[in-house]
Design a protein around this ligand. Structure first.
Ligand code: SF4
Length: 346
């Protein structure tokens, strides 16, 4: 990839063009006004896998419920999961909660200021560590994620076939560090992210408005939009049969145990297989489709009479009064389905 060297040779001009554009065009975002390490950490956790417009209302509500590390550390896990409800990828909420407890336990309250030390905090990987430390402490660590991979692959007209974005990110690690503006590393990193989010779109990059177009070999050679070359994700189809069971005791729910890999601590509609009830052949009450990572899931929710239940409920299954449901943490889809079912059937 000889063009990576060309770009490194032009690094100074590239940095100047990028930072001038950012100074004039950066969006006003709540974590950028009156910034603090806490706001930066919360925003970086929320923005993983999630778009800015989705995060904005959650960020405002979060800051109002938990204005600092101390108040977040003092909250219960149920409260934290409830506040995160609908934002998805719930391990982020649990890790942010643990991180707040770790920070609150630092005897002198002195936070580390370099990316390497931040890697020791729960849920902080190389991307988050570089973002937090460059923005909060001017640590000269460059970020590389999907946005940055897209920009660099286009700037260098890199037509290599990569397995995925992580694979491509590895090959750009040195270039992205060489390009970093060490006088303003936090702003440089945010400028790269901003460029990816607002100009160098996946489809139809807005090259006419791009501040780094003079350096872009992908644009010059007409291949930019086809880059980066990432292998297509292979999706797996999965069908889940769930139960909607009501009795005088309330609605039967499954509380996902702490030992589960995903969604631990959240409530959900029970899986018929866990209740040892065969899936009925009749039409389900609700059929909903959704995607989680590489899975394409068809959720079939059946209304089941309570007398079909085994004499003893399996572990982690609980009856919950309908009035108590709003206070429990659910994932967004389960909350929607339950609300719909409560409105349509007794
Ligand atoms: S010129 Fe176009 S393809 Fe190249 S970095 Fe800018 S927006 Fe992206």
């Amino acid at each position: 990839m000889p063009s990576q060297n060309t770009l490194t040779d032009e690094a100074e001009a590239f940095r100047a063009a990028l930072i001038s554009w950012y100074d004039a065009n950066a969006r006003e975002l709540p974590w950028r006004s009156e910034p603090s390490t806490y706001k930066t950490v919360v925003s970086e956790f929320m923005l993983q896998q999630t778009q800015v417009k989705t995060v904005l209302p959650y960020f405002a509500a979060w800051l109002s419920s938990y204005p600092d590390f101390k108040s977040l550390a003092a909250a219960s896990e149920d409260q934290v999961l409830k506040s995160w409800e609908g934002l998805g990828y719930y391990s982020r909420a649990r890790n942010l909660h643990k991180l707040a407890k770790d920070v609150a336990a630092i005897p002198d309250g002195e936070l580390p200021t370099d990316a390497k030390s931040w890697l020791a905090f729960p849920g902080v990987g190389p991307y988050a560590a570089a973002a937090i430390c460059s923005i909060s402490f001017s640590d000269p660590s460059a970020v590389v994620d999907g946005n940055v991979v897209r920009i660099l692959s286009r700037l260098t007209a890199d037509e290599t076939n990569y397995k995925n974005s992580t694979d491509a990110a590895k090959s750009y690690r040195q270039l992205v560090q060489d390009l970093l503006n060490i006088d303003r590393p936090g702003d440089h990193n945010q400028a790269m992210m901003e460029l990816g989010a607002t100009v160098c779109h996946k489809q139809s990059p807005n090259c006419l408005l791009c501040p780094v177009r003079p350096f872009c070999q992908g644009h010059a050679s007409g291949v930019a939009e086809s880059l980066p070359r990432l292998a297509k994700t292979k999706f797996e189809e999965v069908t889940l049969n769930r139960a909607w069971i009501r009795s005088a005791k309330g609605v039967l729910l499954h509380k996902i145990p702490a030992a589960a890999k995903r969604m631990k601590g959240l409530h959900e509609l029970p899986d018929l297989a866990q209740l040892a009830i065969p899936a009925p052949q009749s039409k389900p009450q609700l059929v909903r489709k959704r995607g989680i990572t590489k899975y394409r899931i068809t959720e079939r929710i059946h209304a089941i009479p309570a007398n079909k239940l085994p004499a003893e409920l399996p572990a982690d299954h609980v009856w919950v009064a309908a009035e108590a449901i709003p206070d429990l943490p659910f994932s967004g889809p389960h909350r929607r389905w339950i609300t719909e079912l409560l409105e349509t059937i007794e």
